[in-house]
Design a protein around this ligand. Structure first.
Ligand code: FAD
Ligand code: DHB
Length: 392
C-alpha cells in the first residue's frame, strides 16, 4: 500500500491532519489501534478555544458544533468561599465553547468517511521504519494480514502511550517533565450544570471544577490522590466533597445532584519532547506533549500543532521544499511552551499541595485576589484561556 502521508492515530490530531490534507489535495491513510465505537465514546476534554472552533468551522466540520456547542463568555474563580467572574469576551473579544472531544472526533470521522478517505480501525502491531531516508514506511496487521504502508512522511499522532515517539533513537530527543502530587477524579452526571459558566474553585480540601457537556449533563472534577482507588468513592462521597469545595460563605453549594453516569481518575503531568521530529517522522499532539488539564489546553494544543504541520506539508507538496517542515518543531514549540506555562500556573494557583505551609497558602490566595482584582491580571488569564494566536 502507498500514500503520501501515513498517519498513526485517529484522535483529534490525526483526524484533523487527514481532513486538512484532503482539502489541500494530499492523500493520507490513518491507522488507529482502537475500534470506531471506542474512540467515539472515550470521554476526555470538553473546552474548545476560539481558534479550534474557527478551524473546524472554516473547513466544513463545524455545523453540529455550532448547533450543539455551548459558547461561554466568562468563567468564575472561587476562593475563600467567594466567586469572581473573569469576563473573557469583554477582555479579549473571544469566546470558548463547550463541546466534547468525542463529538469533535465523531464529526471528523464522519467527514473522513463521507469522501472515502482511508481510515483503518483496530490495526495491530504498528511500527514505523526508515525514518532517516526519503522512503519511510509503517508496518501493521489489519484483519489478520500483515501489511506495509509506504509513504513520504509519517505523522505520529498516536498520543502519549503510542509507538512513534519511542521509535526515535536514544539521544535524539530531550524530555522535560513535571509530575504533580495529585490527580483529578472526574464524573459525568445526569444533572444540570452548577452554573451557566464554569467554576474553578480553590479550597483547603483541594481543587474542584464544575463544568458541563450540555444543559442537562454536568461534568465535575475534584482533586484527589494520584493513586486514588475509585472504589473508595461511592456517589454520595463525591457529591459531599463537591458541595464542600464549591460552597459559598453562606454554606450554599451551587452543585446539583443527579445519577452519575461515568467516573474516572486522570493523572496530572507536564511533559514536552524536543524536537518534535526525527527525519521523516513528525510528532503532534499528546505524542509530543502533555499538559495538566487545569487550563483545558490538551486538545487545543493538538489542533494548533496540526495547523502548523498541515501548512508545512502543503508547502512541501506544492514544490516549496522542506523549509516549513524543517521549522515545524521550532514553530509549534513556541506556542506549546506558552500553553505549558499557563497550564502549570493555573494548576499551581488552584490546587492544594500536600505539606502546604501557611505562607504558600496565603501567597496562592493573594495571587487569585490579584488576578481577579486587577484588569491586567484578569487579561493575562483571559488571553491565555481563550487561546493565544496561532503561530505564523
Ligand atoms: P489522542 O486523543 O490520545 O489520540 C491518539 C490516538 O492514537 C488514539 O485514538 C489511540 O487509540 C491511537 N493510538 C495509540 N497508539 C497507537 C498505535 N500504536 N497504533 C495506532 N493507533 C494508536 N485535556 C483537556 O484539555 N481537558 C480535559 O479534561 C482532559 N481530560 C482528559 C482525560 C483523559 C483520561 C485523557 C487521557 C486526556 C485528557 N485530556 C484533557 C487531554 C486531551 O484529551 C488530549 O490532549 C487530546 O486527546 C490529544 O489528542 P491527540 O490526537 O494528540 O491524542
Ligand atoms: C473541562 C476540562 C478542563 O480541564 C477545563 O479546564 C475546562 C473544562 C471539561 O471537561 O469540560
Amino acid at each position: 500500500m502507498r500514500t503520501q502521508v501515513g498517519i498513526v492515530g485517529a484522535g483529534p490530531a490525526g483526524l484533523l491532519l487527514a481532513h486538512l490534507l484532503h482539502r489541500a489535495g494530499i492523500d493520507s491513510v490513518i491507522l488507529e489501534a482502537r475500534s470506531r465505537p471506542y474512540v467515539e465514546e472515550r470521554i476526555r476534554a470538553g473546552l474548545l478555544e476560539q481558534g479550534t472552533v474557527d478551524i473546524l468551522t472554516e473547513t466544513g466540520v463545524g455545523d453540529r458544533l455550532h448547533r450543539e456547542g455551548l459558547p461561554h463568555e466568562g468563567i468564575e474563580l472561587r476562593f475563600d468561599g467567594q466567586g469572581h467572574r473573569i469576563a473573557l469576551t469583554d477582555l479579549t473579544g473571544k469566546r470558548v465553547t463547550i463541546y466534547g472531544q468525542q463529538e469533535v472526533v465523531k464529526d471528523l470521522i464522519a467527514a473522513r468517511l463521507s469522501y472515502g478517505g482511508p481510515l483503518l480501525f483496530e490495526v495491530e502491531d504498528v511500527s514505523v521504519h526508515d525514518l532517516e531516508g526519503d522512503y519511510p514506511s509503517i508496518r501493521f496487521r489489519h484483519e489478520g494480514r500483515d501489511q506495509v504502508l509506504h509513504c513520504d512522511v509519517i505523522a505520529g499522532c498516536d498520543g502519549f502511550h503510542g509507538v512513534c515517539r519511542d521509535a526515535i533513537p536514544d539521544g535524539v530527543l530531550r524530555a522535560y517533565e513535571r509530575v504533580y502530587p495529585f490527580a483529578w477524579l472526574g464524573i459525568l452526571a445526569e444533572a444540570p450544570p452548577a452554573s451557566h459558566e464554569l467554576i474553578y474553585a480553590r479550597h483547603e480540601r483541594g481543587f474542584a471544577l464544575a463544568t458541563m457537556r450540555s444543559t442537562s449533563l454536568a461534568r465535575h472534577y475534584i482533586q484527589c490522590r494520584p493513586d486514588e482507588d475509585i472504589a473508595e468513592w461511592p456517589d454520595d462521597r463525591i457529591w459531599a466533597e463537591l458541595h464542600a469545595r464549591m460552597a459559598g460563605r453562606d454554606g450554599v453549594s451551587p452543585i446539583k445532584e443527579g445519577p452519575i453516569l461515568q467516573k474516572g481518575v486522570t493523572a496530572m503531568r507536564s511533559y514536552v519532547v524536543e524536537p518534535m521530529r526525527h527525519g521523516r517522522l513528525f510528532l503532534a499532539g499528546d505524542a509530543a506533549h502533555i499538559v495538566p488539564p487545569t487550563g483545558a489546553k490538551g486538545m487545543n494544543l493538538a489542533v494548533a500543532d496540526i495547523i502548523v504541520l498541515a501548512r508545512a506539508l502543503e508547502a512541501f507538496y506544492r514544490g516549496k521544499g522542506m523549509a516549513l517542515l524543517d521549522a515545524y518543531s521550532r514553530t509549534a514549540l513556541r506556542r506549546i511552551w506558552k500553553a505549558q506555562r499557563f497550564s502549570w500556573w493555573m494548576t499551581s494557583m488552584l490546587h492544594r499541595f500536600d505539606g502546604d505551609d501557611p505562607f504558600e497558602h496565603k501567597v496562592q490566595v493573594a495571587e487569585l485576589d490579584y488576578v481577579c482584582g486587577s484588569e491586567a491580571g484578569s487579561l493575562t488569564l483571559a488571553e491565555n484561556y481563550v487561546g493565544l494566536p496561532m503561530e505564523a
